[in-house]
Design a protein around this ligand. Structure first.
Ligand code: ZN
Length: 168
């Protein structure tokens, strides 16, 4: 995980608010699900049990997360129905991101077990991270800083054009 990013827009404001938000809301993903004020909500798909959202701390352009609406900590806490719905949405998210950004591949993953395993949010979710040729350069390797060639808002607008795939 990168410790710093270079952003074209909005990053500073968001970082400043993150800790305050966590204190105020508790779980940020529950905050997204419940439309809590102040939470960055970039939802591409949402129903009663699952949502697909933009990651506000993207590793790459087009990084999305598939998130159960209810607060579950572990994969085994999902019902069979939620589990298959979740994996269907992962598959559809891959198709959506491919159509939008034509990445060369993906890293798809989950951190289960909190901070000890690299997770920062105790609400189970799956990261769908597109990869591009040479997406790590000088800043990433030497300065723990991710250079983002596109703002979160612009990436969201582009993904929304193909978000209908998630509903099929
Ligand atoms: Zn939660």
């Amino acid at each position: 995980m990168y410790t710093n990013y270079i952003w074209a827009t909005n990053r500073k404001k968001y970082m400043k608010n993150k800790k305050t938000l966590q204190k105020y809301i508790g779980c940020i993903l529950c905050g997204v699900a419940k439309n809590k004020k102040g939470v960055i909500k970039k939802v591409l798909y949402e129903d009663k049990s699952m949502m697909v959202i933009m990651n506000a701390f993207p590793y790459n352009v087009g990084h999305v997360q598939v998130v159960p609406v209810r607060h579950v900590r572990n994969i085994e806490d999902l019902t069979e129905r939620e589990y298959s719905h979740l994996f269907n949405l992962i598959r559809k998210s891959v198709i959506m991101v491919k159509k939008t950004f034509s990445p060369v591949g993906f890293n798809i993953g989950m951190n289960i077990g909190g901070e000890a395993v690299g997770g920062s949010i105790n609400h189970f979710h799956v990261q769908v991270v597109p990869r591009y040729v040479r997406d790590s350069g000088f800043m990433e390797i030497t300065a723990s800083t991710k250079v983002m060639p596109m703002s979160l808002d612009d990436a969201f607008d582009l993904l929304k054009k193909h978000a209908g795939i998630l509903k099929k």
